[in-house]
Structure formats: C-alpha cells, structure tokens
Design a protein around this ligand. Sequence first.
Ligand SMILES: N[C@@H](CCC(=O)N[C@@H](CS)C(=O)NCC(=O)O)C(=O)O
Length: 85
Amino acid sequence: MAKVEIYTKRTCGYCMMAKRLLQRKGVEYEEYSVDTDQAKWAEMSKRSNGGRTVPQIFIGNEHIGGFDDMNALDRKGGLDPLLSL
Ligand SMILES: N[C@@H](CCC(=O)N[C@@H](CS)C(=O)NCC(=O)O)C(=O)O
C-alpha cells in the first residue's frame, strides 16, 4: 500500500474529516502536527507548492491537496486505486 501522509492541526475540522475518511477505508497514515512545529509547517508548504491550509495530504509522492480534494477524488472513484484498495 502507498504511504499516506497528512499534515494537520489539532483543532482543524477538515483534518478530522480527512482522517475519518481514511480510517473508514482502513488506511494507515502518518500524521504530522504542524501546530507548533515550524520546520514541519515549512516542509508542508514546500511539498504542497505554497499550501497554507491544513490538512495537506500526500499519497506516495502525489500531492492530493486538502480534505475537499481527497473527498472529490473519492467520489469520482480515483482514491481507492491510489491507495491500492
Ligand atoms: N478546502 C480546504 C479547507 C481547509 C481549511 O480551511 N483549513 C483550515 C483549518 S480547518 C485552515 O487551514 N485555516 C488556516 C490556518 O489554520 O492557518 C480543505 O478541504 O482541506
């Protein structure tokens, strides 16, 4: 299965929805909290080409975007293949 990474903040509702969607699919993910970690925030911004909102989601080397992007991808059937489900 592809590595799934998600950059989050603790009080972020979109982050919770993103994690819930992944959990519902039984997918394990690596979570990086950027609340107070400036280095991780900078890494997130660089990897997502200047993204300033959380969550930022990556599957393998592919930048998916935020929750809305991942949800839209799922609705059109594109998420499961990326996750190798
Ligand atoms: N459309 C985006 C919305 C993301 C969003 O608005 N996230 C909020 C937190 S829930 C955010 O990052 N706000 C700016 C900030 O916290 O610095 C998505 O679906 O991920």
